[in-house]
Design a protein around this ligand. Structure first.
Ligand code: SAH
Ligand code: SF4
Length: 353
């Protein structure tokens, strides 16, 4: 019989397992704390569990580990971690230090099905979904690394404060595992990360956005819009042919936002494609009535792409137009571009250098 990876279980599943071993459900909370808070390597380290339970668990279960295969540090302090999974596939996470926060950008899939023309992950095609353990292990491994290394990361925060699901993959295309992982992140027995410090970014899968709203997780939502009309969006984001802009905007307007929260609209600016004042004006119209803030992300180039970054002036004018229409619009400086850790530069199968 194949052993169960304890890191793949939700708290409810862990309760069932401890019950099967003849123990009370509260033991599951203890197991959760050992795994996700104390980050133990070995089932026998759970010293407040009865020896009998530890023995039973040891027979049927194990604990996975994600080792860091490579780490690259950018001039701006961003750190990119490369992980090799048990089947040899590779994923990346990016640690972005701020003055008071440490944000970890994690992956949800190996590759992505959605094939956006400006995204390197999309170019590589889809390989597979990440498991609950693989999503959570990215956080645990980086956390462990921060604690053990003397690495100065220029942040007052000693530990990861924020998690963004903006790495490789479309999180809502791996719905079950991603939601289960978020529940483990926020659980008082799990990683104890406040929901408002977790952001999920999606390219706009309408049914899953609605479903996410119904989960009432109180996490933040970011949507990659990247265009203000269907013609342009169809071209750069094929997902728009399935879920066109007007339906997407309606879904976002109906989304049950946590109190005081706003949806982040991400807009990758690409030269000659979506960077004119006309685009900005159309964007300001379609966003009317939506509680949102806009992140303008100048396109990050990568090898083999025929797209170009916008001119600095165009970005500035675009932003000013949105501000004049009373939107919050921020130009997101890309971090880690020198180590290919910036948005859209993460790829499947990066070689260990
Ligand atoms: N699949 C999700 C999350 C991962 S992509 C999504 O699409 O939202 C995370 C962000 O990186 C998205 O906003 C996407 O539009 C942006 N991005 C992708 N490729 C980029 C590139 N080459 N330059 C700048 N931003 C990019
Ligand atoms: Fe997938 Fe997001 Fe990249 Fe599009 S931008 S290909 S949805 S990861």
């Amino acid at each position: 019989m194949k052993k169960i990876n304890l890191k793949d279980l939700s708290l409810a599943e862990m309760e069932n397992l401890t019950k099967e071993c003849g123990e009370k459900p509260f033991r599951a909370c203890q197991v959760f704390e050992w795994i996700f808070q104390k980050d133990i390597c070995n089932i026998h380290e759970m010293t407040n569990l009865p020896l009998k339970l530890r023995d039973s668990l040891n027979k049927i279960a194990f604990l996975s580990h994600l080792t860091i295969a490579n780490k690259r540090i950018s001039k701006d302090g961003t750190i990119k971690y490369l992980f090799e999974l048990e089947d040899g596939k590779r994923i990346e996470s990016v640690l972005i230090p701020g003055r008071k926060r440490l944000t970890l950008c994690i992956s949800s899939q190996v590759g992505c099905k959605l094939n956006c023309s400006f995204c390197l992950t999309g170019k590589g095609g889809f390989v597979r979904n990440l498991k609950h353990s693989e999503i959570i292990d990215q956080i645990l491994s980086v956390r462990r690394e921060i604690k053990s290394s003397q690495q100065a990361h220029n942040s007052e925060a000693g530990d990861i404060t924020n998690v963004v699901l903006m790495g490789m993959g479309e999180p809502l295309d791996n719905y079950e595992n991603v939601i289960k992982s978020i529940k483990t992140m926020v659980s008082p027995y799990g990683l104890k990360i406040p929901a408002r410090r977790i952001t999920l970014s999606t390219s706009g899968l309408i049914p899953e956005i609605t479903r996410l709203g119904d989960e009432n997780l109180k996490i933040k939502l970011a949507v990659s819009l990247n265009a203000s009309d269907n013609e342009t969006r169809d071209k750069i984001m094929p997902v728009n042919r399935r879920y066109p802009l007007e339906r997407l905007m309606k879904t976002l307007k109906d989304y049950p936002l946590p109190h005081g929260s706003r949806i982040t609209i991400e807009y990758v600016m690409i030269k000659g494609i979506n960077d004119t004042l006309e685009d900005a004006s159309r964007l300001s119209i379609i966003l009317r009535g939506l509680k949102c803030k806009i992140n303008l992300i100048p396109f990050n180039n990568f090898e083999g792409s025929n797209l170009e970054a916008p001119l600095y002036n165009n970005v500035e004018e675009f932003q000013q137009l949105l501000i004049s229409k009373h939107y919050t619009a921020i130009v997101r400086k890309s971090k880690g571009a020198d180590i290919c850790a910036a948005c859209g530069q993460l790829r499947t199968g990066s070689r260990v250098k």
